[in-house]
Write a new protein. Structure first.
Length: 342
C-alpha cells in the first residue's frame, strides 16, 4: 500500500496541493486533529520505503512504516509488508512475505500506569452513555442492548479531551511550538477491550459526529493500546469466530454468550498475534465472518492460507453482522446451527 492508501485506512482523505517532493497532499492530522496542517509526500524516497508525512502543528513526522505502526497499530513486520518496504540489513521484503512465511505478531504489553488510566477512564465515562438515547437506540439495533452495554462497559465522551501523555505513562513528544503534544481522545462512543481482571488493554472511540468527507477517522485507536487482535468471550471455547469490527464482535459474543470466543481483527489486512495463532490452531470450529464485499473475500483468503480448517461464515443477509441484525436476522440461531448442532 502507498502512504495515501494507509491514510484512507484511518479515514483521512488527503488532497493534492503541489508537486513538492514528487507530489504533496494536505489533510487534518490524525494525531492532534489540526485542520489542513498535516502534509504527505507519498512518492518521496526514504531510507526504507516510499512516503513521508509531517504535521506543521504538532510536529509528528515519519515514513510509511512509522505511519502504519503509529496510527494503524501494526507491528513492525506488518508495516514492512504492508508498504512493500525493503530492509537489506534483515532481508525483509514484501516479495519474500508472498512466499507465505508466516510469523505471528508478538504482543507488546503496556505499562501498568496506562492500564490503570485507561480502566479509570472507561469507568468514569460509562454512565454517561445511558442518557444518550439516540446512541443507545443505534447500539440496540446492532445487537447491543442495555445489558450488553453494561456488561462490556461501553461509554460516552461529550467533548474531546487533550490529556498529558506522561500522565498515561507515554513518552513525551514535543510539538514545533516547543510544547508537549497531548494525548488526544475524541468525543464519541468509547469501546474498551478488557483483559484479565477486567482491566482495559485496548481503547477505541467511534466518532458519532463523523460524516462522509470528514478529514478525521470514524474510529480512533487511543495511543499505545495493546497491539494484536481483540478477544471477546472465553478463549477456552473451541469455537473461534473471526470478524472485522469490534462492535460486530461484541454483538456476536452477546448473542452466543458462553459457547464461542470472538476475535475482532480491527482491519481486514492485520496479521494474527501469537495468542490468536495458538487459539486458531486448537479451535474445533474456526469461522471467518468476513464482510460481504471484495475486501471481506480477501480477508477470508488470508485466513484460509494461514489455517486450513478456516470456514467462510459471512452473514446470509446484509454486508456484515451489524446490517444483518438491523434487518432482523437471528444471529444466535445461526451460530448454533453452525457449531453446536454439527
Amino acid at each position: 500500500m502507498t502512504l495515501i492508501e494507509l491514510t484512507h485506512q484511518v479515514g483521512i482523505n488527503p488532497k493534492w496541493v503541489s508537486y513538492t517532493g514528487g507530489g504533496e497532499f494536505h489533510s487534518s492530522c490524525p494525531a492532534c486533529g489540526g485542520s489542513d496542517r498535516f502534509y504527505i509526500q507519498p512518492n518521496r524516497q526514504m531510507s526504507k520505503c516510499l512516503g513521508y508525512y509531517r504535521c506543521r502543528k504538532c510536529g509528528i513526522s515519519g515514513d510509511s512504516i512509522q505511519f502504519a505502526k503509529e496510527f494503524l497499530n501494526y507491528s513492525f513486520l506488518e508495516a514492512v509488508s504492508a508498504v512493500d518496504a525493503i530492509l537489506p540489513e534483515v532481508g525483509i521484503s514484501k516479495s519474500k512475505s508472498q512466499s507465505y512465511i508466516f510469523e505471528p505478531v508478538e504482543l507488546q504489553y503496556q505499562s501498568l500506569l496506562w492500564i490503570e488510566k485507561a480502566t479509570k477512564f472507561v469507568i468514569d465515562n460509562h454512565e454517561r452513555l445511558i442518557g444518550q438515547d439516540e446512541v443507545m437506540s443505534y447500539l440496540s439495533t446492532r445487537g447491543l442492548p442495555l445489558d450488553a452495554i453494561r456488561r462490556y462497559k461501553f461509554g460516552w465522551l461529550d467533548k474531546p479531551q487533550f490529556l498529558s501523555r506522561t500522565d498515561w505513562g507515554l513518552e513525551e513528544q514535543m510539538g514545533r511550538n516547543g510544547k508537549p503534544r497531548p494525548l488526544w481522545i475524541p468525543n464519541g462512543l468509547i469501546i474498551p477491550i478488557m483483559g484479565y481482571n477486567n482491566n482495559v488493554i485496548r481503547l477505541k472511540v467511534r466518532r458519532f459526529d463523523w460524516h462522509e468527507g470528514d478529514k478525521l477517522p470514524r474510529y480512533v485507536s487511543i495511543s499505545r493500546s495493546m497491539n494484536g487482535l481483540s478477544l471477546i468471550g472465553n478463549p477456552q471455547q473451541r469455537t473461534l469466530i473471526i470478524v472485522e469490527s469490534e462492535l460486530d464482535a461484541y454483538a456476536l459474543a452477546h448473542a452466543a454468550r458462553f459457547f464461542v470466543c470472538v476475535v475482532a481483527v480491527g482491519s481486514n489486512i492485520k496479521n494474527t498475534d501469537t495468542l490468536v495463532d495458538s487459539l486458531a490452531k486448537k479451535a474445533k470450529h474456526l469461522l471467518i465472518c468476513h464482510d460481504n464485499d471484495d475486501a471481506g473475500e480477501k480477508m477470508f483468503e488470508k485466513w484460509k492460507k494461514l489455517y486450513r480448517r478456516s470456514r467462510a461464515f459471512p452473514t446470509p443477509i446484509g454486508k456484515d453482522v451489524g446490517e444483518a441484525l438491523q434487518n432482523g436476522f437471528n444471529i444466535r440461531e445461526w451460530i448454533l446451527q453452525e457449531t453446536v448442532n454439527q
